[in-house]
Design a protein around this ligand. Structure first.
Ligand SMILES: *Cc1c(COP(=O)(O)O)cnc(C)c1O
Length: 455
């Protein structure tokens, strides 16, 4: 699609709607001349060049990419009106769109019933899930794996709940034996499982953990902020297909979080939290005198910890789902290409003489390191990773990677031959979250190999 054309159409469509209310003159205090704007914008455009090319496949670093042009157009059009999805009278159209988009997310996970809403981020979405968990299990703690997102322990502090980090196994998944030992103490009321860790894309065994819920009377929350949309590849036939069991089991869990601003083609900030039991809405009840006056319908602000939220986020997500729905044949195809790219690159790295694979990717995150081979040490690998990262971003034929810190124990669980002469090592990590990566992998591999060769 032609973004410039559709951005113009968006401005026109909202202008036509506005014109229906009769003329209104902007106040002189708001007047900005085109000349003044041109000067400020020139400076702005210059400042914006200090960025990494997230859109380009040569950017294979952190979990970052621009939104789809459909989302940009939907966001911009709604932003011109600027609805607030806190309350129905803050924007009836985008509140309805939010409900529909959230229902599509619930259907994607196979939830039979749901209560849910968008949030400004995965962090806030997880906070909401943990808040409800605390209300339902007062005085009991929350367990998450040592590989879970760092905000879980932080939010336990915010909520005044005891947080328990459970060790991860040699694939970066929560260690179920260690989890069960902890649950036996009776101190835990909620278990957070991660479906796609932020560091390595490891998927906790949600299906196996479900048995523990019944045995120990705990809630299970799934943090699928990054990985959630990969449920679209669960049981798929191609080599990008994923083992179905952990993903199907999400439908049985008590709550799940997914970030449309990560793998759902959306701009920041768009997270989502879904509860299986709509009855948890009772924990949000409040009586604000300011915002509710046109409807007795459920207001999104009544089931959300946040107050103001951009209706534009809901508009962008709704419009995107009209064209790239969260189905295997829609958005699933986008994720499939990134997953195939990760598998292809891993295959190449496994036969490389200068790079070694840290572990096989479960989703679309490739972890690897230079400096392997006889006599390899953690400190040598750390320095080599750092050197490749820097050289990639400064020498011609740019590549942008990221580093990840691996602890000595975790490293040696995967690569026992490496001497632990340090507490850990930085390794290289590439999130191949753009479908364009699939075509670019051979070049990416050749370039990173070149950078990794001893000089
Ligand atoms: C990114 C991420 C978060 C935090 O989400 P934000 O949208 O960045 O606040 C939480 N959990 C996991 C697993 C994530 O990948």
């Amino acid at each position: 699609m032609d973004l410039e054309r559709w951005l113009g159409e968006a401005v026109h469509a909202i202008g036509d709607w506005s014109a229906g209310f009769g003329p209104s003159q902007p106040h002189p205090s708001l007047e900005v001349s085109d000349e003044a704007f041109a000067a400020a914008f020139a400076e702005f455009a210059r400042r914006m060049t200090d960025n990494y090319p997230f859109f380009h496949p040569r950017y294979a670093g952190q979990m970052l990419k621009p939104p789809h042009p459909v989302a940009v157009t939907g966001y911009l059009a709604a932003m011109l009106i600027n609805p607030n999805n806190h309350a129905l009278d803050g924007g009836p159209a985008t509140a309805a769109m939010e409900r529909e988009a959230v229902a599509q997310l619930a259907a994607m996970f196979g939830l039979p019933t749901h209560l849910g809403h968008l949030t400004s981020s995965g962090t806030i979405a997880n906070l909401e899930a943990l808040f409800v968990a605390r209300e339902l299990h007062p005085g009991r703690g929350i367990a998450y794996s040592s590989e879970a997102h760092y905000t879980h322990s932080r939010m336990c502090g915010v909520l005044g709940v005891e947080g328990h980090a459970v060790p991860a196994d040699s694939a970066g998944r929560i260690h179920l034996g260690a989890l069960e030992d902890l649950l036996r103490t009776g101190r835990v009321g909620t278990v957070v499982l991660t479906a796609g860790t932020t560091s390595l894309g490891a998927v906790d065994p949600v299906d196996e953990a479900l048995a523990l819920r019944d045995r120990y009377g705990v809630r299970i929350h799934v943090d699928a902020a990054y990985g959630g949309f990969f449920t679209l590849l669960a049981g798929a036939a191609g080599r990008e297909g994923l083992p179905a069991a952990p993903w199907r089991a999400i439908a049985e869990c008590d709550s799940v979080v997914v970030d449309p601003h990560k793998h759902g083609l959306q701009p920041y900030g768009c997270g989502a939290v879904l509860f299986r039991d709509p009855g948890v809405g009772r924990f949000y009840l409040h009586d604000s005198p300011y915002t509710y006056f046109t409807s007795t319908d459920l207001h999104l602000g009544e089931i959300s910890l946040e107050c103001s939220r951009a209706g534009a986020s809901a508009a962008a997500l709704w419009l995107t789902f009209r064209l790239l729905p969260p189905t295997p044949g829609g958005l699933g195809q986008v994720l499939a290409a990134g997953r195939r790219a990760a598998l292809d690159w891993s295959d190449l790295i496994e036969t490389s003489e200068v790079l070694a694979l840290y572990q096989r990717p479960e989703l679309d995150i490739v972890s690897y390191f230079p400096g392997a081979g006889p006599g390899a040490t953690l400190s040598g690998i750390d320095q080599a990773s750092e050197r490749v990262l820097r050289a990639g971003m400064t020498e011609p034929d740019l590549v942008y990677l990221s580093t990840l810190r691996a602890g000595a124990e975790a490293f040696r669980a995967r690569h026992p031959g490496v001497a632990a002469d340090a507490a850990g090592a930085r390794i290289l990590r590439s999130v191949l979250m753009k479908p364009e990566h699939e075509q670019y992998v051979p070049h990416l591999h050749a370039r990173v190999e070149e950078l990794a060769r001893p000089r």
